[in-house]
Design a protein around this ligand. Structure first.
Ligand code: GTP
Ligand code: SPV
Ligand code: MN
Length: 580
């Protein structure tokens, strides 16, 4: 119970509709957590992992049909279809509510209903926003405890402020034909039914912190983005912060936790966030950013001692593993972990590489950010961190260079708006298909992309010192299908160039598509890469770019008259550069 009458009334009305056996207000304290873990173990939703090697760690196996976000079942329900835009599935709000009412009716009979007050962002930050998730899933409660600041302190803030985002969730019967993730941005409301998985069920994350928040941010003059935030500290002890948007499973967590290679003595990367960034213009004309999350829900496969040692180091206690394999002595295991042998796969079957990978490609870990060895002390700063550079990036086998800098803010917005990337296992559907994914927000922008591009353009005009915008691509492949760039810790070299450019230093050459590192400007000390590969990574194939521009134009024209003219002006400027 609370002294916030609107919250009490909403909880009562949800209980009346869903008819749970019991209603629990989640406090977030340790006793409650122990009790919930026991509930999860008793139901079989949690399997205890080896408590000697992994104290406080548990394995959850999802229903095999419920292992990723479901974009085709995710809707933005604005009054006008045009406001959701061609980038979203849309349903008329009245019709959507009726559909959801039917699904939620009586769905919590025999279950406990949990009321989770949460705060996205540091509890005392003016940039933070609160919500309340009502769920019948104790798995959601224990994940929300790691991913958000939840329970008593969040409720106290809600009582102080009054407003909150309403999120109603039930796992239902996990029937994919009775699964919907509905957003009502005009009412700051989310209704999610039929999935227990990550972004479908942990409503603070993609539903609130991106879809609803992006809608609010447009009205209020800020940005809610699918971006990591990191700080690069140089040997002089100065730290510069970068925000970077890559689509799902395209390298945010890895970059955010990078450990510089040996040839970078005295350099350090600090992790502020790995998935979501809320940015606002400050009085000083810069953009200031917070990570609204308190934990990481990261991709397990590929996380190993060479790729992301920081992540491995934080996963040996108090973590939840979803859909990974298990070793003979009950330790979590996934492809790329670097040691051990699986005996059981993610579905609990005896491991047979002929039948299945040990870990599902979208298997995940959930862990408190406080366990990350490079977690930035500034991550808890109420005012956030000042952003020196913005990076966009996608998974592109061909064409797109390792790094480029935009010629202006408007050109940078075009780079973001033209992003494309191969699809990954983070969402259901085919993997490896190149699709347009502007600013890595295709599945997450809570309103019409045309208006979103305009908002980006306007924001850049309003701020005195907008950060320079870059585009990167770690994923170029050669004719044999091998990655051309070593990636991971070696991405430090690109970060260094980006930071130096943002300070007006480092060599760059003008090309038709933007500024690329001039010869020797990219630090390759201690890097084993043959010069031809490097020059291929930094080459501009003008004919292929002209063809790409045609596709980008066609894509942007799909947004009709609402698409901002400035993007087409930029596009034609680049085309003219290529032709001349
Ligand atoms: P979400 O949590 O889904 O938003 O994903 P993310 O962007 O945080 O992706 P993550 O860092 O977890 O990386 C996903 C996959 O990309 C993993 O399999 C990584 O091994 C791979 N990856 C990350 N960085 C690099 C890189 O620099 N080069 C290559 N080749 N692969 C990378
Ligand atoms: C993503 O898919 O971009 C994720 C995981 O970060 S989820 O929480 O499922 O959205
Ligand atoms: Mn993500």
């Amino acid at each position: 119970m609370t002294n916030n009458q609107a919250l009490n009334e909403w909880v009562a009305s949800v209980a009346e509709l869903t008819r749970p056996d019991d209603v629990r207000w989640v406090s977030g304290d340790d006793d409650e957590h122990r009790e919930l873990v026991q509930v999860l173990m008793d139901s079989g939703d949690f399997i205890e992992l080896n408590q000697e090697t992994h104290p406080g760690c548990y394995l959850h196996r999802s229903d095999p049909g419920d292992v990723a976000r479901v974009e085709h079942l995710t809707f933005v329900c604005t009054s006008e279809a045009e406001d959701a835009g061609p980038n979203n599935n849309w349903m008329e709000p009245g019709q959507a509510r009726e559909k959801m009412h039917g699904l939620f009716e009586g769905c919590m009979q025999g279950r406990t209903m949990y009321v989770i007050p949460y705060c996205m962002g540091p509890i005392d930050s003016p940039l933070s926003r609160c919500g309340v998730e009502i769920t019948d899933s104790p798995y959601v409660v224990v994940n929300m405890r790691l991913m958000t600041r939840m329970g008593q302190p969040a409720l106290a803030r809600i009582e102080r402020e009054g407003g909150f985002v309403r999120g109603l969730h039930s796992t239902g019967d996990l029937d994919p034909d009775r699964r919907y993730i509905m957003h009502f941005p005009e009412d700051l409301e989310i209704q999610s039914f039929g999935s227990g998985y990550g972004g479908n069920a942990l409503l603070g994350k993609k539903c609130h912190a991106l879809r609803i928040a992006s809608y609010q941010a447009r009205d209020e003059g800020w940005l809610a983005e699918h971006m990591l935030i990191l700080g690069v500290e140089n040997p002089q002890g100065e730290t510069h912060y970068i925000a970077a948007a890559f689509p799902s499973a395209c390298g945010k967590t890895n970059l955010a936790m990078l450990i510089p290679p040996e040839s970078y003595p005295g350099w350090k990367v600090w992790t502020v966030g790995d998935d979501i960034c809320w940015m606002r213009p400050g009085d000083d004309g810069r953009l200031w950013a917070i990570n609204p999350e308190a934990g990481f829900f990261g991709v397990a496969p590929g996380t190993g001692p060479k790729t992301n040692p920081n992540a491995l180091a934080m996963l040996d206690h108090d973590a939840i593993f979803t859909n990974v394999g298990v070793t003979a002595d009950n330790q979590p295991w996934w492809e790329g972990i670097g040691s051990g042998q699986p005996v059981t796969d993610w579905q609990g079957r005896s491991y047979d590489p002929e039948v299945s990978k040990a870990a599902h490609p979208n298997s995940r870990f959930t862990v408190s950010a406080k366990q990350c060895p490079t977690y930035s002390p500034q991550a808890e700063a109420p005012r956030g961190v000042p952003i020196s550079a913005i990076i966009f990036g996608g998974r592109r086998q061909h064409l797109v260079p390792l790094v480029q800098q935009s010629d202006s803010w408007a050109h940078g917005v075009l780079l973001g708006a033209s992003m494309a990337s191969e699809t990954t296992a983070a969402a259901t559907g085919e993997v490896g298909v190149v699709r347009r994914d502007p600013m890595a927000m295709k599945p997450f922008c809570g309103y019409n992309y045309a208006d979103y591009f305009s908002h980006w353009l306007e924001l850049g005009e309003q701020i005195a010192n907008p950060p320079p915008i870059f585009h990167v691509n770690w994923f170029r492949k050669d004719a044999a299908g091998n990655f051309m760039w070593p990636g991971f810790c070696e991405n430090m070299r690109v970060l260094e160039w980006v930071i130096q450019r943002s300070q007006g230093a480092a060599g760059a050459k003008d090309t038709p598509i933007g500024k690329l590192p001039s010869e020797h400007a990219l630090n390759t000390d201690g890097l084993e890469i043959d010069p031809q590969t490097l020059s291929a990574l930094l080459a501009v194939d003008e004919q292929a770019w002209l063809a790409e521009l045609d596709q980008i134009r066609e894509y942007l024209e799909g947004y009709g008259d609402r698409a901002p003219q400035a993007l087409f002006t930029e596009l034609e400027r680049v085309r003219a550069n290529l032709v001349n």
